[in-house]
Design a protein around this ligand. Structure first.
Ligand code: CU
Length: 374
């Protein structure tokens, strides 16, 4: 009895000490980034336009951590307007969440602000400005949190693959504030640019004159799956990118690459497709999922997916393409070296078919409501 007490007394401080040391060693790794936010001029679609670059680049730099690190991110605002950064999908103390006038004051021009928070999760996430419409003109970037090597959930063959973070985004030559205003005014301009005005002539041509008439009667605007026309869509700030090697290692047949994809677009959903066979989805919004092989998948605004692609043969570069849901724009990576293997464009949408479906559904809903009323 006495012996046990003695042991207990002696062991407790030791245990505490061990606990303390392990905590210190976890908390000690501070990963520091300096972000310089500056005005820039870009030419993505035939016109020189104002944009915002961070450390001279669009998208913003990829920020990488390992679970257990402390993130220390210093924002140097060199703009003539205020800014802020929001960490999309991250668990962190509220005051680090980056929402001006809610969790912090705006970072004023010429000032510096430090975000500091522990990394307590893993996965693919992203970050963006939370001030005005700065996100639309360049302020989006990947935020990657790796698993620790001793993580019980570490998946060999997935979590140790070479990887590429991919930020999807759109570019418009219009000032984003104008886009915003035009959306409020129900302008037809975007539909005209997209060739999606759905005129009477087109309606007659596709045998849907009655549908068109019904819609006019209801004073419906032409319907589309997305409202804004963009001049360009981008993967990591480029229209097309060659990916021949990762970390200096050339990619060859049989190699697998993990694409950590975030949709940093303001309003576009994207279809993702690959010319080299099926893609294996291994994570969604930063969470591991049971791998699922797909021919294509759609990614919504702000979502992230981790997708593993395999290079089926040498001497060819396989296209990984993102196409806007309205199918008017696309952007791609070519993975591997050699002759380009294209996925091919997706067929244009059948607008009148969709219109008719919508009308039929509304009729059905009307009936259902009536039944309830009776
Ligand atoms: Cu967000």
């Amino acid at each position: 009895m006495d012996n046990q007490k003695f042991l207990h007394k002696k062991l407790l401080p030791l245990t505490l000490l061990a606990l303390f040391i392990s905590q210190v060693s976890i908390a000690q790794k501070v990963v520091h980034y300096d972000l310089y936010v500056r005005d820039t001029v870009v030419n993505y679609a035939g016109k020189e336009k104002r944009a915002i670059a961070v450390n001279g680049q669009i998208p913003m730099p990829t920020l990488e951590f390992t679970e257990g690190d402390t993130a220390e991110i210093v924002v140097h605002n060199q703009l003539k307007e205020s800014t802020s950064l929001h960490w999309h999908g991250l668990f962190l103390p509220n005051k680090e969440d980056g929402v001006p006038f809610l969790t912090q004051m705006p970072i004023e021009p010429g000032t510096t602000y430090t975000y500091r928070f522990p990394i307590i999760q893993t996965g693919t996430h992203w970050y963006h400005s939370h001030s005005g419409l700065q996100e639309q003109i360049g302020m989006y970037g990947s935020f990657i949190m790796h698993k620790r090597a001793d993580d019980k959930t570490f998946r060999k063959g997935i979590d140790d693959l070479p990887e590429i973070p991919i930020m999807l985004s759109e570019w418009t030559n219009l000032n984003p504030n104008n886009v915003h205003r035009m959306l409020h005014n129900a302008s037809d301009w975007f539909a005209i640019r997209k060739g999606a005005t759905q005129s009477y002539a087109e309606a007659i041509q596709s045998g849907k004159f009655k549908t068109k008439l019904t819609n006019e009667w209801k004073r419906m605007l032409a319907m589309d799956v997305s409202d804004v026309y963009y001049e360009r869509v981008l993967m990591n700030g480029n229209h097309h990118t060659d990916l021949k090697s990762i970390d200096g290692k050339p990619l060859k047949a049989g190699d697998k690459v993990r694409l950590r994809i975030s949709n940093g677009g303001a309003s576009s959903y994207f279809w993702l497709r690959y010319a080299g066979g099926k893609m294996s989805v291994v994570a969604s919004d930063g969470n591991d999922v049971q791998p699922v092989d797909v021919d294509r998948l759609i990614i919504a605004v702000s979502e992230t997916y981790d997708v593993v692609v395999t290079i089926p043969e040498d001497g060819k570069a396989f296209e990984f393409m993102a196409t806007t849901e309205d199918r008017t724009q696309s952007t791609s990576y070519f993975i591997g070296s050699g002759t380009k293997q294209y996925v091919g464009e997706m067929p244009r949408l059948k607008y009148f078919e969709g219109m008719k479906m919508m009308n039929d559904m509304m009729k059905m809903n009307g009936t259902a409501t009536l039944t309830i009323w009776e």
